[in-house]
Design a protein around this ligand. Structure first.
Ligand code: ZN
Length: 327
């Protein structure tokens, strides 16, 4: 993908970009937070594997950005050897299952195949995930891209599945049985949220990470949902000025390089245990360094010290059961 293509990722969101405005006034971060934000270890809970990236390159990117752990989503397409990454990154990798298989299912049979629990491909996937959980090769499932109807610029990638279809119910049950997490990309349509709530009701012990905090949801929508469901978490990847640079979609930014949207800042400080950060880089056209540095200067630096540590890594450490900071 070209950088233009990549940068236009959320262009389709433009229609409603005026819904809430970025408030870009400089925020009075404390000197301690400013310094801590540059040094704090980060858990990148939306770190994809993508074609052309080698395990050694990813390790180098993590090292120079002080990213202690990364993953919690999968390879974006089939055919990437996740095991090779797991071997090189060791316990710093957070392996998650089902993403490349779902990409294949979607391109083969569309949304109807994604929802059909009787498909041989789905039955095979469940068996594989079961084994992978048992052998500790995965710790959760995702990114399940179930509603990106407005948050992808290319029509062929856009889809909207029924969140509580039999397949996703089965995947939740699997995650529940193995004490794993699920990470879902959904937009905040009312029927998608209702489906999500059905999944949560049946499997309340499964921690659910909402990719990009529902892509274009407002802070008030996120707040209402997080208040209702204690096992729901938001990660803020793809909602900074690095990926949402186009004016049509800048209204969906949670933060840029220097400031956080004031509604989001208030929400994160009010619910400091429920937010995590991520990168969502899917090609070499986007700089991992600039994504992570924007998270540090534009988001983490604006938080109180306690919240900063939680959002940077402590929440991920607790929810995803990561090891201690020092290996
Ligand atoms: Zn992603």
């Amino acid at each position: 993908m070209t950088s233009l293509h990549r940068g236009l990722r959320f262009l389709a969101l433009g229609l409603a970009a005026g819904l809430f405005q970025m408030t870009c006034h400089a925020q009075p971060a404390s000197a301690a937070s400013t310094q801590l934000a540059m040094e704090v270890p980060v858990a990148d809970v939306h770190m994809h594997l993508y074609p052309g990236l080698t395990p050694e390159e990813l390790l180098a990117l993590m090292d120079r950005n002080k990213v202690r752990w990364g993953g919690a989503v999968g390879p974006i397409v089939p055919g990437i050897d996740g095991d090779a990454f797991a071997k090189t990154l060791g316990e710093r990798y957070i392996p998650a299952g089902a993403q490349p298989e779902y990409a294949a299912m979607y391109f083969r049979g569309g949304v109807s195949e994604m929802e059909d629990a009787q498909q041989p491909a789905f039955k095979q996937l469940v068996e594989k995930l079961q084994t992978d959980f048992e052998q500790k090769k995965i710790r959760g499932l995702g990114e399940l891209i179930l509603n990106n109807r407005n948050s992808h610029p290319e029509p062929r990638f856009r889809r909207k599945a029924q969140l509580d279809a039999p397949t996703f119910l089965a995947l939740f049950e699997l995650a529940s049985m193995h004490a794993g997490f699920v990470q879902i990309h959904l937009e905040d349509d009312s029927d998608s949220i209702k489906g999500l709530e059905n999944l949560i009701k049946i499997n309340p012990a499964v921690p659910v990470i909402l990719s990009h905090c529902m892509a274009r949801a407002s802070a008030s929508t996120a707040r209402a949902l997080l208040e209702k469901h204690p096992n729901l978490y938001c990660e803020t990847s793809a909602r900074s000025s690095v990926l949402l640079w186009h004016p049509n979609v800048s209204g969906y930014q949670i933060h840029d390089q220097n400031s956080v949207n004031s509604s989001w800042l208030a929400l994160i400080e009010a619910m400091p245990d429920r937010f995590m950060v991520g990168s969502d880089v899917t090609s070499k056209a986007v700089s991992y360094d600039s994504v992570i540095s924007t998270v540090r200067t534009g988001l983490l630096a604006k938080l109180s010290e306690g919240t900063l540590r939680k959002v940077a890594y402590e929440n991920a450490q607790r929810v995803l059961k990561l090891g201690p900071l020092a290996p």
